[in-house]
Ligand binder design. Sequence first.
Ligand code: NAD
Length: 254
Amino acid sequence: MRVYAMTGGATGIGAELKRQLQTCGHTVISVDIKEGDIIADLSVLEGRKAAVEGIQRLAPDGLDGFIPCAGLPPVARPLSLIAQVNYFAVVATVEGLLGLLKKKKGSVLFVSSNSAPMVAADDPFVQACLTGNEEAACAAVESRDGHTAYAGSKRAATIWMRRHAVEYAAAGVRMNAVAPGITMTPLTDLVFADPELGQVMKEFGDSVPVGRTAQPVDIANTMRFMLSDDASYLCGSVVFVDGGSDAMLRSEDF
Ligand code: NAD
């Protein structure tokens, strides 16, 4: 049986993926700010260090997979928190766990979003993230809005994955990203309740081509496949699981 580590396993998509992997008989080490095997606040350096060291302690023989799933919604404040959790914590934990992943030729599954392409790759916030300067990226995002902070953090993390996919593959580690559409979780509850973004979110939900928003199980089913041996040739891919919204919005871009 396999050993996986993840962040954000307490609720929503992460909790459902954890449940599915455990049902298959796998061990799942969960890092979260709320509850889990390792309690850590990934928005700060000490929390990321505690996460990596905790996983190293619990999985000394290596990891079959790592899923940096913890994320904050566009309504989180200050906006710099979104950059810290959705981008910098993701990169720091993936880099910190590379040694363990190499040991078992594991795979990394990023959790992007179908909103990621809505912020341009050359956006100053996305570029600030990609330079790796956390202080500058946090300063850059404070003058923006929640949508740009969220979608931009996902865009940056997905670009980071694509840029490093070749180098990681050479080390035996496959990296991919799932890009969910609106999925009913505590994160989306907060967005639906927001006076500004709630209505936009509702209209976007009503426009989903398959006629409904997703449940965590819809996303976790695909994630479980992407982590499995059946997906052993999947590398550097961004898989949209969004009921057709991305195809509707960007039919020419793939
Ligand atoms: P969720 O709120 O249920 O889960 C997020 C988890 O991250 C929670 O368990 C939370 O405690 C944890 N977390 C938040 N801040 C943290 C911190 N500082 N340190 C450690 N853990 C922290 O939300 P979800 O919708 O299941 O989101 C899971 C992932 O899916 C996120 O990365 C999110 O951006 C992404 N996503 C969600 C949707 C959606 O519509 N729900 C769509 C696209 C992408």
